[in-house]
Design a protein around this ligand. Structure first.
Ligand SMILES: Cc1cc2nc3c(=O)[nH]c(=O)nc-3n(C[C@H](O)[C@H](O)[C@H](O)COP(=O)(O)O)c2cc1C
Length: 94
């Protein structure tokens, strides 16, 4: 079995959890961190991020490195923004 461990992280917590999950995987895996091309840093980025998540807005992602169709298992990690998944993860899943 081969797994893809995919996540988005604005401030590093989800990345850290992904690393912990990867250490416990007993199968081969690749890792992909989504890059949101919208500015998400600072207070304005925080406010716009919360609004975009709440309203289900999509975003622009940097090109993906891995094709999920090539994996038996895809593990998806997202921070919670305004009670929702992040725009980066919503865009990826859509
Ligand atoms: C714009 C924004 C909105 C957030 N909304 C919530 C929320 O509704 N509920 C919650 O528990 N945490 C919320 N958080 C906190 C993040 O989910 C939490 O800090 C998460 O661990 C950050 O992950 P990261 O470091 O991988 O980006 C929010 C953070 C941001 C930046």
């Amino acid at each position: 079995m081969k797994a893809l461990l995919l996540f988005y992280s604005r401030s590093g917590t989800t990345r850290k959890i992904a690393e912990e999950i990867s250490a416990s995987l007993s199968c081969a895996y690749d890792q992909e961190e989504l890059v949101d091309r919208k500015k998400r840093s600072g207070m304005i980025g925080w406010l716009k991020g919360g609004r975009d998540a709440q309203t289900g807005k999509l975003t622009e992602l940097a090109p993906l490195q891995h094709d999920p169709a090539c994996y038996d298992l895809v593990i998806v990690g997202s921070p919670v923004w305004a009670g929702k998944m992040t725009p980066a993860i919503r865009t990826y899943l859509q």
